[in-house]
Design a protein around this ligand. Structure first.
Ligand code: HEM
Length: 487
């Protein structure tokens, strides 16, 4: 029988990250399985340039023009994100069709805008309770002599603080969590949360094989749960309405709301907790920088110190926004320790598209990652160095800072960019950092930072998921005046 010659793939002109990439996914699947994707792609981009092929139908990109094409161009998310459905129902983060996604985003984006966060009396009142009644007592207690030698696990404290922040904003203070006040419950939650980390791989990377194996019963299964949920869903499909057995439990509206809010809680808690952990670790390595930051923060009025009548006073959100050193230390932490350093996959539109000099057909998985964008030496010299001065107007030229801002990708970009970036930057991160550095007049020292290197994957956690710091009163030490000295 005659077989027409097979045309070379339109992707064949693109440099291969591995010799097997044009024929098989095995190499990239293995790299992901052993959690080495970010580092491997970083070294491949350095060798081969900004657009590389990592599998027969998969590309990785590392230049701003391609990032703009894909992410500003609203390329759809692939089914890879379905593992982020909650209760079997998509949320904004996991929704595939752009129309469904943008309809959801329109409903809620205003409450996460910078102006809303900065002027919200509710958010500010919630922050006061979380900071003054929960976080500060923990930090102040830790100064007590008896706790000095072993310090406190600040990772656990910040994971609790960020959960309390986001849960209060979403559900109200009285319905939110009190993880700061309830260590046992917090530890239980974090343990459960950690347990799910290993389960995404097969569903995300080999969904068909995984479904097949499930049918064969290769994986452990919740038998009664499956029977009940499938039965109720079938009944709902048959009758066109929720089951009379459980009329509300499976109501689409309720599940949809629950899925959305659960996603915000998870998305908002871990990312911000990781940022605060890495920031406090870096600051604890430089007492001089801590002192400069304390000087800048104490120059605010009010500045977290007690008012004349003895009530604690929160700094003004807009004033906080204008502090160069605070902004620089936060941004540099999000650059070097991006909480989501890994690939954010999208797929090329059916009609195909142009990526750099290449014509790419439809349905190709394509991704950029903060890990590699944030280590581009032409934009961030000595990329592995944590150096906040890169962002300071007094130290770096305007052109350099503009290029760095454009390349900064901790919150992604385009229509699927993080909805909580303002809540994080202008709400919880700044305000928690101010508390950490100023209010209780203490400087932080490292007790045990073993295992702080970030895991390689979609989310970057410290390997040991703990960081022990101790605090010393800065009594008698002079506060440095605000300074933007470069080194
Ligand atoms: C330092 C803090 C944070 C960082 C670094 C961060 C980072 C990101 C990134 C990189 C994405 C895009 C991921 C992708 O497309 O694969 C994203 C999306 C998202 N983030 Fe965040 N995030 C942070 C805080 C928050 C907070 C506080 C919330 C609370 C609401 C939140 C909610 C979301 C949601 C709902 C999306 C999906 C947006 C969409 O699909 O349109 N994030 N975030």
């Amino acid at each position: 029988m005659y077989h027409p010659p097979r045309l070379p793939s339109p992707l064949s002109r693109i440099p291969n990250a591995h010799w097997s990439a044009p024929f098989s996914r095995l190499w990239i699947l293995w790299v992901r399985f052993v959690r080495n994707e970010n580092r491997t792609l970083y070294s491949a981009h350095r060798r081969l340039g900004p657009i590389i092929r990592v599998g027969p139908n998969e590309l990785s990109i590392n230049d701003l023009e391609s990032v703009r094409t894909v992410y500003q161009g609203a390329f759809e998310k692939p089914a890879w994100y379905s593992v982020f459905d909650n209760y079997g129902v998509p949320c904004m983060f996991s929704a595939h069709p752009a129309v469904e996604h943008s309809a959801r985003k329109r409903l809620i984006s205003h409450v996460y805008s910078k102006s809303y966060i900065q002027s919200s009396a509710t958010a500010s009142a919630q922050a006061r309770v979380i900071l003054f009644e929960r976080l500060l007592p923990i930090l102040e207690d830790s100064v007590a002599e008896s706790q000095l030698p072993h310090g406190i696990d600040i990772y656990s404290v910040f994971m609790a603080a960020t959960m309390d922040f986001i849960a209060s904003f979403i559900f109200g203070l009285s319905n939110g969590t009190n993880f700061l006040g309830d260590k046992a419950y917090r530890d239980h939650f974090l343990e459960q949360y950690k347990a799910r980390n290993d389960y995404g791989y097969y569903d995300q990377e080999m969904p068909q094989l995984t479904r097949f194996c499930r049918k064969l019963g290769c994986f452990d299964q919740p038998v009664v749960w499956n029977a009940l949920v499938n039965g109720l869903q079938n009944e709902e499909a048959k009758n066109g309405q929720a089951s009379i057995l459980y009329p509300t439990a499976l109501s689409n509206l309720k599940l949809s709301v629950a899925s959305e809010l659960f996603d915000h809680v998870l998305a908002g808690q871990e990312t911000a907790g990781l940022t605060l952990t890495y920031l406090s670790w870096r600051l604890s390595q430089s007492l001089e920088l801590q002192a400069k930051l304390r000087g800048e923060l104490l120059s605010l009025s009010p500045n977290m110190q007690l008012d004349e009548d003895g009530t604690p006073a929160m700094p003004d959100a807009k004033q906080l926004d204008s502090l160069p050193l605070l902004h620089a230390v936060l941004t540099e932490t999000l650059r070097l320790h991006a909480p989501i350093p890994g690939a954010q996959p999208r797929q090329t539109p059916e009609s195909g598209c142009r990526i750099g000099p290449y014509r790419v057909p439809g349905g190709v998985r394509i991704a950029a990652l903060a890990y590699t964008l944030h280590r581009d030496e032409s934009v961030f010299p000595e990329p592995e160095k944590w150096d906040p001065t890169r962002w300071l107007p007094s130290c770096a030229g305007e052109e350099d800072r503009k290029r760095r801002n454009k390349q900064f990708w901790a919150f992604s970009s385009g229509g699927r960019m993080c909805i909580g970036s303002n809540f994080a930057m202008h709400g919880e991160l700044s305000i928690a950092e101010v508390t950490f550095v100023t209010r209780s007049q203490q400087e932080s020292h490292i007790v045990d930072d073993d295992g702080m290197e970030q895991s390689d994957g979609y989310t970057g956690r410290p390997r040991n998921e703990e960081l022990f710091l101790r605090f010393e009163k800065v009594v008698g030490k002079q506060h440095q005046p605000p300074s933007t000295a470069c080194k």
